[in-house]
Write a protein that binds this ligand. Structure first.
Ligand SMILES: *Cc1c(COP(=O)(O)O)cnc(C)c1O
Length: 378
């Protein structure tokens, strides 16, 4: 059993993907081929925003957003404590100080009440100026934008949505990657929509920022002239081959993959419901892209023992995440390490992510649940 079966997906989409890759090889337009533009248009349309700018990966996407806003030394950027490293790494890379905010136990996402407390604390201390919030759609569930957006407004902060895991999710029909002033995603192979290498995208309705982002992805070029460089930028583009891979994958994602992965999550929830496990909850009106199906184990459970038990039956599991952001060595001795995040610390000890993807068989879900429950019930 695969944790995320990319081989199976390729077998299903092989003829289209192979043909698309061959077309790029024949045309030799490896950089900025027409497939990149076509993909950007389709992504913008799907997400429901005006501009989509593709780039090298999801980490660059966040950094490019920070660069566009001029996030710099002395700025505070509020980031959930329970996330992948990039969410905090990118503001820190720009010299800003990530301030880690605890998450909610049920949603795994930034706790809006604790965000406001953290903002007030930074204002009271007066050492850093609050600039932006990076909200993360962890494991595919969109963050609580109905509460986070008004807080950003109240304190004059920019809102970035890190939708690396959220692409495809929605709240009352509004799509993930449309909730931020700038939103980002990743096409890392194992993400909800993945390519065959690294890739990423940035979304915004703001014309001015979109133009700056386009410039920043190609060495700070002026308009279409890449030899006239008007700002310090990066070299961060999506390869034409990756766009050619993503075009049929996006169609499959829209047509059936997102629905299929939601069915798998439903099956897990149905089978694990009457146990002592804490299951992921998606409120009415919200759709998750199920980047992960992450459960919380009872306090007494030996997580490593359970993983070994499952592995003996060929069942792969993962722990996302082992360590809170504020305890990562990179922030040792810095203001970012001073955080009050007891929920995150608890989650890091008891979460476990189960195999999930659109192509997993119902029987496999059954096997995972059977062996999981037999260990828990012992
Ligand atoms: C994967 C991920 C990223 C980074 O994406 P890359 O394409 O791997 O650089 C950023 N944020 C979150 C929440 C992620 O899961």
């Amino acid at each position: 059993m695969e944790f995320r079966d990319l081989k199976k997906q390729y077998q299903v989409l092989k003829s289209e993907i192979d043909a698309n890759i061959a077309e790029v090889l024949t045309s030799a337009r490896f950089i900025s081929g027409s497939q990149v533009k076509e993909l950007e248009q389709k992504l913008a349309e799907y997400v429901g925003v005006k501009h989509c700018i593709t780039c090298g990966n999801g980490t660059d996407a966040i950094t490019l957003a920070m660069m566009t806003w001029g996030i710099d030394e002395g700025d505070a950027v509020f980031v959930p404590d329970f996330t992948f490293f990039s969410s905090g790494e990118c503001p820190a890379y720009e010299g800003a100080t990530p301030i880690y905010v605890d998450v909610e136990k049920d949603s795994y996402n930034m706790d809006p009440a604790k965000l406001e407390i953290a903002i007030q604390k930074i204002i009271a201390e007066g050492k850093y100026s609050p600039k932006a919030v990076v909200a993360v759609d962890l494991f595919g569930r969109p963050a609580d934008y109905a509460k986070i957006r008004p807080i950003c407004h109240k304190y004059g902060l920019l809102l970035m949505e890190d939708g690396a895991q959220g692409f495809g999710g929605s709240i009352n029909g509004k799509m993930a990657c449309s909730f931020g002033d700038i939103s980002t995603t990743s096409f890392f192979p194992a993400k909800p929509l993945g390519c065959y290498g690294d890739g990423g995208a940035i979304f915004t309705d703001n014309d001015e920022w979109a133009a700056v982002l386009r410039s920043l992805t190609v060495h700070g070029k002026s308009g279409d002239d890449k030899y006239n460089n008007i700002r310090i930028g990066m070299n961060s583009r999506l390869d034409t081959i990756q766009a050619a891979v993503l075009l049929p994958k996006l169609e499959a994602f829209k047509k059936y993959e997102l629905a299929a992965v939601n069915k798998v999550a439903e099956e897990y929830t149905k089978r694990l419901n009457n146990s002592c496990l804490t299951l992921p909850i998606i409120p009415d009106g919200m759709i998750s892209s199920w980047a992960q199906y992450t459960i919380q184990l009872p306090e007494k459970t030996d997580r490593a023992g359970l993983q070994a038990h499952l592995k003996s039956f060929g069942i792969p599991t993962m722990v996302y995440y082992v360590k809170p952001m504020h305890l990562q060595g990179a922030f040792e001795g810095m203001a970012s390490s001073r955080a009050d995040c007891e929920v995150t610390e608890h989650l890091c000890k008891c979460v476990l992510s189960l195999p999930i993807h659109p192509y997993i068989e119902k029987e496999d879900v059954e096997i995972v649940c059977e062996h999981l429950l037999e260990y828990i019930d012992e």
